[in-house]
Ligand binder design. Structure first.
Ligand code: SF4
Length: 294
């Protein structure tokens, strides 16, 4: 980074990742969040570059590990707005266990998964959301596996907000991300993004339907059974060429941090404040600077 000069994204032209960056920026601006109020934790992949273009505090973690880092940060400093992000391989494959348990424990954060149905950064390998039969360098005869159902997995694991949006609708994407950020608990946004370099066949290019705007769909987002049935239909139709997006589930149960504080297991005073000594921090930084230049 050069202070004062905005870094230029190195995503390929036409990449859906631009849409996530724009929607996240718009959502935070609409909510009146300043960059220094937000922590963005990313995993590895093209999605991980988001840290370089979204201005906030950031932590670029290792592959699949954005969620445990985000959890620790939120527990230590509940006042910070925590957003975790990663690709479908990073989040539903390598970090799948973290996804399940972060949802189960309802940690208060927004989790955005860039779902382009392949591993993009490493040049187009089959990912957990690649459709059955999808051909790639790792599955040259076509994938023999059914793709993961991320919305259903999220609901079954315990997420308290579950939605899907797509790069082709920037307004809906910004609205859903803003809702997810405002939600107290684990808010999962499956964000359909296109990868024009390695996955030209993906469904993300086709028109989509917002289930909240359509008369064809009528379900209660606070009813777990109805939401589950809706999600199953949404996930099946994606691979039949119909993209359904929208809000699918929401409940208001307490987040992990709220529960722990209410039972006294965690102190009311944030750990980040308890162990932060501004004078000591200045001294440490000054010493490091002196060491570096002597
Ligand atoms: Fe985007 Fe695909 Fe290029 Fe990665 S490889 S930047 S996902 S278009």
């Amino acid at each position: 980074f050069t202070p004062g000069i905005e870094p230029q994204p190195t995503w390929c032209p036409g990449c859906g990742d631009f849409a996530v960056n724009n929607a996240l920026k718009k959502a935070m601006a609409n909510l009146g969040k300043n960059p220094d109020e937000v922590l963005l934790c990313t995993g590895i992949g093209c999605s991980g570059k988001l840290n370089s273009y979204f201005e906030s505090y950031g932590f670029h973690t290792i592959h699949g590990r954005s969620l445990p880092v985000a959890r620790a940060a939120k527990l230590a400093n509940p006042g910070v707005e925590v957003v975790a992000a990663g690709g479908d391989g990073d989040g539903y494959g390598i970090g799948g266990n973290h996804f399940m348990h972060t949802a189960r424990e309802n940690h208060d954060m927004t989790y955005i998964v860039f779902n382009n149905e392949i591993f993009g950064l490493t040049k187009g390998q089959t990912s957990p959301t690649s459709p059955k039969g999808h051909k790639s360098k790792t599955q040259p005869s076509g994938s023999a596996k059914d793709p993961v159902r991320p919305l259903s997995l999220s609901l079954a694991s315990g997420a308290s907000y579950v939605a899907r949006t797509a790069a082709v609708n920037p307004n809906q994407a910004a609205e859903i991300i803003a809702e997810a950020v405002e939600h107290d608990g684990f808010a999962h946004v499956d964000f359909l993004t296109q990868c024009p370099t390695w996955n030209k066949d993906a469904r993300q290019y086709v028109p989509y339907t917002d289930v909240q705007d359509s008369e064809d769909y009528d379900f209660d987002v606070t009813n777990r059974q109805e939401a589950g049935e809706m999600m199953y239909e949404v996930e099946s139709k994606l691979y039949e060429g119909e993209v359904l997006t929208g809000r699918f589930y929401k409940d208001d149960r307490p987040s992990y941090g709220q529960e722990k504080r209410s039972t006294g297991e965690m102190p009311e005073e944030p750990l980040a404040e308890r162990y932060y000594d501004e004078d000591a921090e200045w001294e440490r930084c000054a010493e490091q600077l002196i060491d570096k230049h002597t």
